[in-house]
Design a binder for this molecule. Sequence first.
Ligand code: ADP
Length: 473
Amino acid sequence: MYINGNWITSNSEKKIYNPATEEIVDKVFIGGKSEAEQAVKSAKDAFDKWSKETPEVRASYLWKIAEEIRKEKEQFAQLISKEMGKTIHNARNEVLSTIGYFEWFAEEARRVYGDTISSTDQAKRMFTIKQPVGVVGAITPWNFPLSMIARKFAPALAAGCTIILKPALEAPLSAIKLFKVIEKVRLPKGIANLVLGPAAEIGAVFMESKAVRKITFTGSTDVGKLLMKQSANTVKKISMELGGHAPFIIFEDANIEDAVKGLVQSKFASTGQQCVSPNRVYVHESIMEEFTNELTEIVSSFKVGNGLDEHNDIGAMINEKGIEKVESHVKDALDKGAKLIYGGSRIGSEGCFYKPTILSEVTDEMIIVDEETFGPVIPLIPFSTEDGVLQKANSTNYGLASYFYTNDIGRMYRMSERLEFGMIGVNDSSPFNVKTPFGGVKESGIGKEGGYQGLEEYLETKSVSVKITPNVN
Ligand code: ADP
């Protein structure tokens, strides 16, 4: 743990296992309430000075952090793969996007503007100023153990906030390595703090503290709802990136080859353990056979194994619990009449590996159509009309990412406007970028990360009205 510029140990340790090899990668110290309270205090004490620094000074630290991560790009990527199992290729992309977030928000730090508002009264002048929200409590998941932190840290620090991070205990090693960088660039003490330990206990310290003015969370919808309720007591500002259940729609006029390539790229990234992962693949009935054949050909060529091996296309899943969830969804679908086209079982007894799987004839009664599977399974569902598929795509409480493939420009606009999702990829299975706002609607979340909008989440707008003497004779 890293509190007030010091590394903190404790009497309690947790071993972190590599899900691909079951070997211990490292051990971490576990804290709790007391460490979380110390971290909140140090972030509070550091706020006044940090918030008054110029954007240029704050940005200079972000540039240095980006530079240091770049120097250790490969070490970061290997650590990500070891602690949570994704392929080294996916991990390298994660490190690049992490660097991208620090650089983007270093630039955006200089572009915080207020408004000058015309007055309804000759004797008044009105304007707004933007100021950092205050101390931020950040809670992050294991599936992007580095970049989810960057998406919160970079805008928080750019805005002038101070921060306490509680990463997921499944994969906390990238977070620790990031704090080594924070120490190396000599970010003044107390501005960034790291606490590891029981989630609910540390979460409660954030929630009960009046000093913590903002909670930024990425994780499940259930925990997000709980945090929203808890943060109501002190009316904290919140950003929530929650679960998703992305539809991936392939219309009859689509380029099938592109759609297949896009689907597998998106579906098997991080072994299907992404909130933006395609979970319902709607294929027009007239192209279902051709699409299924092309898809099966590609999927059957994929190599699954240790993410550190450059030759593997799909890595390990996070743990046994993750595999059990996939197994239960696949079993439920098969019991209810789905057809197994490919895969459908785990691989070997060592490590957490599950075969890339294709199911066809999936229907609305199956659990897989409603709940996030968080694994490498593609459920194929036929459709016949644009209106029909749109209605099905929207019939979920989630609203994070969605994708569709078409070459009809009218349909491109119609679908983009009517899909109830925060992010839409049109003939693009990776519509995400540091410059564009990432975030969901409905039960997929509140607020945006990335883009200029990502900085707004860490700023309060103050309105100022000045009474003057309008005319001096
Ligand atoms: P996932 O299913 O991806 O593990 P979770 O929502 O369970 O999603 O976890 C995301 C993050 O939220 C992790 O850092 C986890 O430790 C944390 N978390 C889980 N439960 C709570 C809680 N009650 N209070 C605060 N944080 C929590």
